[in-house]
Design a protein around this ligand. Sequence first.
Ligand code: AMP
Ligand code: MG
Length: 305
Amino acid sequence: MAFPTETVYGLGAAINRRGAVRRIFSVKGRPLGNPLIVHISHREQLEQVVSSVPPVAARLMTRFWPGPLTLVLPRAAALLSEISAGLPTVAVRMPAHPLALALIRAVGVPLVAPSANLSGRPSPTTPGHVLADLVGKIEAVIDGGPCRLGIESTVLDLTSGSSPVILRPGGVSREELERELGITVSSVGRFRGAGPPPRVTKPRPCLPRSGLLLIRGVPERRRRLIWSLIRYYRGRGMTVAWLNPAGAKGATSGKIGLAPLLYGRLRRCELRGVRVILAEEISPRGLGAGVMNRLQNLATRVIRV
Ligand code: AMP
Ligand code: MG
């Protein structure tokens, strides 16, 4: 059963049903080594999921739940091992969506709920996206319209030692976490760790013939390069799309911006047979960090101008 959350649509299974949990992996084509996030509707359910709630976790729950913050904590001994892919920890959050909360309450136990798409495809932010990937493979999708945030939750590891670590940027920003905790929150991942991308000043024949190019650098030079890339690819008969953040209100300031539109735009590009997507860097503040992380992961090539 697929259902809406404030981030993306999730594919749910009760955490105490081994067959259903296993089916999530097979339906999505998801590797068994990729652990699932447990979704709860009220805090009393935590004892079915985690073995302890340190004070810093309790504080974050009070401030950000229900909401797009997933916490990685020590797992409860009785939790099905498939859920956490054999790890001693488990990821858990409380979604901020009335239909998601009502569903969890109706089932009576927490739900694992990865995104309701085929593994490797853009996450679904509308019921249509869910059906495009999973029609015939799942029983139903609860229609809650488009997701408000459109980007997955922030995953914060609270088990890695003294300070919390962002494993995946998302719906709650690092700035918000730091403000709440009054300490520095670090992050891992390609976005921060990647070395300087190649610098090019004009299109070269060795540019990829399909995929996503992430263009970084000062806005004026980005735009100049993008226009010349558009001419370059069109001149070779290829369909090219510009994932233009200016079309999304607040995108450059990082408020909500491009996030709710990102996955839908990527799917539309696919449907239109777009060969090359040109994506512009946006400010990695607020939700922008999550958007940049997804773009970086998708990029065939990063070009700095
Ligand atoms: P998805 O459900 O596809 O949005 O992805 C869930 C995310 O949470 C993935 O990035 C997982 O690697 C991460 N995750 C889930 N459980 C754990 C865990 N126990 N430790 C670290 N990361 C986790
Ligand atoms: Mg996913």
